[in-house]
Design a protein around this ligand. Structure first.
Ligand SMILES: C=C1C[C@]23C[C@H]1CC[C@H]2[C@]1(C)CCC[C@@](C)(C(=O)O)[C@H]1[C@@H]3C(=O)O
Ligand SMILES: O=C(O)CCC(=O)C(=O)O
Ligand SMILES: [Fe+2]
Length: 378
């Protein structure tokens, strides 16, 4: 039997808004992929309700390619981006300038991390209420609708201090043998941070705001990098790798391996985004939706799993500096007159998703109500 019982304590769950973070009634499970993917019957906690079960044979999303090397990327791209972001917030970037060998190294090391015995990965175990560390599914955090995945997340700070937070994280939590991992993911996060600033210029132009405005807003950032491993599953039609959600962060830059799995809910149906190793999938998160006063959409998406192959993806979640006030620029507010969301900081929003609310389609609205009703000071 692959499921082991443990006495791990559940995540902190006080101060519930509309949707309750589920209380653990029983001892949480441990998700050990090397054993679990052989099971023909999966534990109930991994079975999703019928209305959320994955659909097969879905259409492919018509998602634009933005060529960042092209001379007209600043002429044509803002219009194409505006069209995609007012509809669903997803686009692909190609010729992005991130080295192919860096991407390959990041995938190779991710594979060797997740291939380790569970006890080795658990040296980086994510603690209750924290967003970083190793999580084998979210067995200690949620008790139903568990995702069929294991993840390793770490913080990246771009703060001009020359600090190498990612490198230090690997050596401090996993030991000196992980120095090489730390170097590769430090470089990868720096590449993602620079790429996201280029994309911020284009988003600024698309919204008719000065091109430096959002670049400046995110120049310093407190971002999150996440490695996702979705093991094969004998009953992929019953579960999900990542449940339906909108990213609470500002901008996500995702690199998927060659295995299908990412789906976006557009025009009332799930649509897939086919893997393309040369492209990054970029999507608008809730915090950028708030910064654009709701003009650019943060869209519902999820990841499905399959019987045959493991799937890997790497997500860089660009987030503002923790205490920077998130409010739309005056250029937008002068045109729109009414504010859609209250002022907040990323630190408040992160706490909301880690301690009070499981991110889903309604995260931003629930968070806004929580900020307003609790009269949260910033
Ligand atoms: C701030 C974050 C919370 C999550 C990781 C980052 C950005 C996306 C969020 C998440 C992926 C949305 C789906 C549900 C979630 C629990 C997951 O399946 O991983 C979310 C992350 C989290 O709360 O850890
Ligand atoms: O793995 C994927 O394709 C998507 C993962 C995702 O949406 C997330 O981690 O926020
Ligand atoms: Fe996501």
């Amino acid at each position: 039997m692959a499921i082991l019982c443990t006495t791990t304590s559940p995540a902190e769950k006080e101060h519930e808004p509309k949707q309750d973070l589920e209380k653990d009634q029983t001892s949480p499970l441990i998700f050990n992929p090397s054993l679990l993917n052989l099971q023909s019957q999966i534990p109930n906690q991994f079975i999703w309700p019928d209305e959320e079960k994955p659909s097969i044979d879905i259409p492919e999303l018509n998602v634009p390619f933005i060529d960042l090397s092209s001379q007209d990327s600043t002429l044509e791209a803002p219009r194409v981006i505006a069209e995609a972001c007012t509809k669903h917030g997803f686009f692909l970037v190609v010729n992005h300038g991130v080295s192919e060998s860096l991407i390959a190294d990041a995938h190779r090391l991710m594979e060797s991390f997740f291939d380790m015995p569970l006890a080795g990965k658990q040296k980086a175990q994510r603690k209750p209420g924290e967003s970083c560390g190793y999580a084998s599914s979210f067995t200690g955090r949620f008790s139903t609708k568990l995702p069929w995945k294991e993840t390793l997340s770490f913080q990246f700070s771009n703060d001009n201090s020359g600090s190498r937070t990612v490198q230090d994280y690997f050596s401090d939590t996993l030991g000196q043998e992980f120095e090489q991992f730390g170097k590769v993911y430090q470089d990868y996060c720096e590449a993602m941070s620079s790429l996201s600033l280029k994309i911020m210029e284009l988003l600024g132009l698309s919204l008719g705001v000065n091109r430096d405005y959002f670049r400046g807003f995110f120049e310093e950032n407190d971002s999150i990098m996440r490695l996702n491993h979705y093991p094969p599953c004998q009953t992929p039609d019953l579960t999900l790798g990542t449940g339906p959600h909108c990213d609470p962060s500002s901008l996500t830059i995702l690199h998927q391996d060659h295995v299908n799995g990412l789906q976006v809910f557009v025009d009332n149906q799930w649509q897939s985004i086919r893997p393309n190793p040369k492209a990054f999938v970029v999507n608008i998160g809730d915090t950028f939706m708030a910064l654009s006063n709701g003009i650019f959409k943060s869209c519902l998406h999820r990841a499905v799993v399959n019987r045959e192959s493991a799937r890997k993806s790497m997500a860089f979640f660009l987030c503002p500096k923790k205490d920077k006030v998130v409010k739309p620029p005056s250029d937008i507010l002068e045109k729109m007159k009414t504010r859609k969301y209250p002022d907040f900081t990323w630190s408040m929003f992160l706490e909301f998703t880690q301690k009070h609310y499981r991110a889903d389609v309604n995260t931003l609205d629930s968070f806004s109500n929580w900020v307003i009703t609790n009269n949260n000071p910033i």
